[in-house]
Design a protein around this ligand. Structure first.
Ligand SMILES: [Fe+2]
Length: 388
């Protein structure tokens, strides 16, 4: 076995009520002034004030940037960084879904790495550790609280820049399922499927490793068995707890192995059509899984089993095929809209498909797929996903 790294936050607090411990954890580390990075929805729900109070009760001052109101773009990172400097902060606290956490990650590393975030596009470009970062997710989805990636959109080029570095790993992850109770059904569905895709892709990736396999299978099981309940009744605490745990495990898994073709193809759809990341993943997951099965049917049979399918005694290809059926059923049950339903025009998608295929290949993710696609196959998969 080749030596592999396995990187997680230095400190994780996981479970209902975890938020209450956040202030004391920061005090023990000697931090004195936080920049809180969030959005206006979290501010409206009182969560930003709550975090300010929890910090204040521990003698920690704070300033808040609540401007991350769409997917994270370069401008938000610059605004947040300015506020950090103006207020002489010494750490960052991210509160919200994947967008505020991703923006906060970029802010934290730009305090120490000079220039702008575009310069660090790609993997391993950052040269210095950032300032400490506390990540408090409010959705069970991106797993960004436990990954060494951030995705920042460059609005000038409509490119979702993937930036990866161990320096992007949060110092502390506060994972409190109670914060997801207010998440509306559409968000629960999209973010939950994103987490499922993380777990599936990390499990079948050619970069997988034994340390991540166990996180993948557990996450696939937790998410598949609880997403419908969390979607249909947001106040189902048990389902929310299991979804949050599954999303965290999936984040740890893909951060230490990789994502693959679904994510590679999904980012350009999101950038061009401004569709939520989980929704574009959902549009692609069944057709990409169908395409990929023959690359590693044994692994896909394991995915089917973890999704609750009866695979015992079946020939391996039949068992693997059940993963596609289970995915289609799940996406249908939680009513994730298709690209057509979202108003994407078929001609426009087909027109952009060649350049989206190039962007997908450039991201490196398709090369991690168990069946490596050609550029033409990626173009055809975009069409198949639309026609689903
Ligand atoms: Fe994702």
């Amino acid at each position: 076995m080749q030596p592999r790294e396995f990187i997680t936050p230095a400190h994780m607090v996981v479970g209902s009520g975890a938020l209450e411990q956040m202030g004391a954890l920061c005090r023990k580390r000697g931090w004195t002034k936080a920049l809180i990075v969030s959005d206006k929805i979290m501010a409206g729900l009182g969560l930003v004030t709550k975090v300010e109070e929890l910090l204040g009760a521990n003698g920690i001052a704070s300033a808040a940037y609540t401007g991350v109101n769409t997917e994270p773009v370069v401008e938000y990172v610059q605004e947040g960084l300015q506020l950090y400097r103006d207020n002489a902060c010494d750490f960052v606290v991210a509160v919200g879904g994947g967008s505020p956490i991703d923006a906060a990650k970029a802010i934290a590393v730009l305090v120490t790495n000079s220039g702008s975030i575009e310069q660090y596009k790609g993997i391993g470009k950052l040269t210095l550790p950032g300032v400490p970062l506390v990540a408090i997710p409010t959705t069970a989805g991106t797993g960004s609280e436990a990954t060494l990636y951030t995705v920042i959109t460059d609005q000038k080029t409509d490119v979702k820049m993937l930036i990866g570095s161990p320096y992007l790993m949060p110092t502390i992850a506060v994972v409190d399922p109670m914060l997801t109770l207010s998440s509306p059904p559409g968000v629960t569905a999209a973010t939950g499927v994103d987490a499922l895709v993380h777990a599936i892709e990390a499990y079948v990736s050619v970069k997988r490793q034994p340390m991540t396999d166990i996180f993948c299978l557990s996450a696939i099981e937790l998410i598949s068995q609880n997403i419908r309940q969390a979607w249909s009744n947001g106040n189902n605490v048990e389902a929310r707890e299991k979804m949050m745990l599954g999303a965290l495990q999936a984040g740890i898994a893909f951060s230490n192995s990789s994502v693959a073709l679904v994510h590679g193809m999904s980012r350009p759809i999101g950038a061009h059509f401004h569709i939520a990341h989980g929704v574009s993943n959902a549009a692609l997951l069944a057709v990409v899984t169908q395409f990929s099965l023959i690359g590693d049917p044994v692994r896909y049979a394991d995915v089917a089993r973890a999704m609750g399918e009866q695979v015992t005694g079946l020939p391996v290809m039949e068992a693997a095929d059940l993963a596609v059926k289970a995915i289609r059923r799940l996406v249908r049950d939680i009513k994730i809209p298709s690209l057509r339903q979202l108003g994407v025009e078929r001609e426009r998608l087909l027109e952009l498909a060649p350049s989206m295929a190039d962007a997908a290949i450039d991201s490196g993710s398709p090369a991690n797929n168990p069946r490596k696609p050609t550029r033409q196959e990626i173009i055809e998969l975009y069409q198949l996903a639309y026609d689903e």
